[in-house]
Design a protein around this ligand. Structure first.
Ligand code: SF4
Length: 474
């Protein structure tokens, strides 16, 4: 883990994809818990980002931080910004006048959240904001609800923003000016996509001192993944990574944040995004590609490599029709990019806010009526009732991964049009594979239960901790 996000006030407006909670009093982190947070940050050598509510970071909390000398950034509503360079003001496109309240030349970065209703106004609001900060991070608040009309409005908004950004680059000659959805893909430089990586690179401390993968999961009331007094433990943590996201693996829209919160809330799979995210990311990628061509003609960004042209709008098309795309080169190794401008690289790395995940829901119908079903939401609430060997664990983990991959493909099919679906040679195979993997999967549990005489209790399900090989019944 590299950094800690601290939700200092449970009423703090969102700075990211998760929804903003209703403001209410008495939801702040206590100074005792905040002191423990700071101890944890020092002990684990982490960087610190704080998410503040409407009244910003209070004097006591600031004094606590200053006493430790920990560098930090602070996301806060624009109305609470006081001009501190460590502040990252968060604005909402539904309140464009708020841009005028921001002091110019003090903040390096700002976040601008927008919904479907504000897509048309986005270019103007962003342009006004870009005059005050170097980097604007634009975040859609409701992308899971976008329809094709919103997607085409977004395409038009991207074209407008691209024209405006080009004009800004040409008039200022300053390549430090950034708009995440256009410039991030253009100027990737050091090896990795600009992803959130919640649960791996960072965790969130909720106001009560518990850990959550990202503020969104914690605010929704999902189970904590640890506390400041114990080590964090994230069930099936590997699923949060790109390596376990079959669709993302063939994609090179590296400006996409791969928000595991949105993934889980829309497709029920942390490693599969909704079709809207993929479509939007590919529109951004294409707009970045065209913009870079134009800028290079003028002599700007001379060292950046051109972005290759592609002929699909959703990487799922590659997964389902690999032959059609086999002529294309695989995605190049992704370069890395810092998130915020006019800061040191170390500061920017610290700011790599990225949040986290949860597991798919349990299968609704057990294949065996006699035996408890495997449960895919492992939470360590019980004592282990059994333990399997590492080899046995490896077998079920392989089946688990296979089953998840197939489920992801299934859940993603809904995003395809009928023609693509019908022409896909994979569809029938997927159904057959899913059937056999599900049987094999349940067969493993049935066989293990028989071999080891595992206990059975009505209404309870088995689950396994892949790290310890322990089996639980709960
Ligand atoms: S998972 Fe990451 S990108 Fe998604 S809402 Fe949480 S912090 Fe933001």
């Amino acid at each position: 883990m590299k950094s800690l996000l601290v939700l200092h006030d449970a009423s703090a407006p969102s700075f990211c994809y998760y929804g903003s909670p209703e403001p209410k009093p008495g939801t702040k982190m206590s100074s005792e818990i905040f002191a423990k947070v700071l101890e944890y940050v020092v002990r684990e050598k982490l960087s610190l980002s704080i998410i503040c509510g409407l009244d910003g970071l209070d004097h006591d909390a600031k004094s606590q931080i200053e006493a430790t000398d920990i560098p930090y950034f602070c996301y806060l509503p624009v109305g609470a910004a006081k001009g501190d360079p460590m502040e990252i003001p968060v604005l909402d496109a539904s309140d464009p006048a708020a841009v005028d309240t921001l002091t110019g030349d003090t903040h390096a970065s700002a976040v601008l959240r927008f919904s479907r209703q504000e897509v048309n106004e986005l270019p103007e609001i962003w342009e006004a904001l870009s005059r005050k900060v170097y980097r604007v991070v634009v975040v859609p608040t409701d992308i899971g609800k976008w329809d094709m009309d919103t997607i085409s409005l977004y395409e038009k908004a991207l074209a407008k923003m691209s024209d405006k950004l080009k004009a800004i680059y040409l008039s200022t000659g300053d390549p430090d000016i950034e708009l995440n959805i256009l410039s991030d893909r253009m100027v990737l430089v050091d090896g990795s996509p600009v992803e959130c990586r919640a649960g791996h690179d960072h965790l969130t401390v909720m106001p009560d001192g518990t850990f959550s993968i990202c503020p969104g999961f914690g605010l929704d009331g999902d189970d904590a993944v640890g506390t400041l007094d114990s080590s964090p433990s994230i069930p099936n943590k590997h699923l949060l990574l790109r390596d376990y996201a079959p669709i993302c693996l063939v994609c090179d829209a590296y400006q996409c944040r791969r928000c595991v919160y949105i993934n889980q809330r829309t497709t029920l799979e942390v490693n599969t995004g909704p079709w809207q995210i993929c479509r939007a990311a590919h529109l951004e990628r294409e707009a970045s590609r065209l913009l870079l061509i134009e800028l290079k003609k003028t002599g700007l960004f001379p060292r950046q490599e051109l972005i290759r042209e592609i002929n699909y709008t959703d990487p799922l098309e590659i997964v389902l029709n690999p032959k059609k795309f086999q002529e294309q080169e695989p995605p190049p190794v992704a370069p890395k990019k810092t998130l915020f401008r006019k800061m040191t690289k170390a500061d920017a790395d610290r700011l790599k806010k990225r949040q986290h995940v949860s597991e798919p829901p349990p299968v609704s119908k057990p294949a065996s009526e006699k035996m408890p079903m495997y449960k895919e939401l492992p939470m360590a609430t019980n004592k282990a009732v059994a333990k399997v060997t590492p080899e046995e664990r490896d077998n079920i983990r392989k089946l688990h991964m296979k089953k998840n991959g197939l489920s992801e493909l299934f859940s993603s099919l809904a995003r395809l049009d009928a023609d693509t679906l019908e022409s896909s040679p994979l569809y029938d195979k997927l159904i057959a594979d899913m059937g056999s993997v599900s049987l094999e999967f349940q067969g493993w549990w049935d066989q293990m239960a028989k071999n080891y005489s595992w206990p059975i209790e009505a209404g309870k399900k088995w689950r396994i901790d892949f790290d310890t090989c322990e089996v639980f019944l709960d």
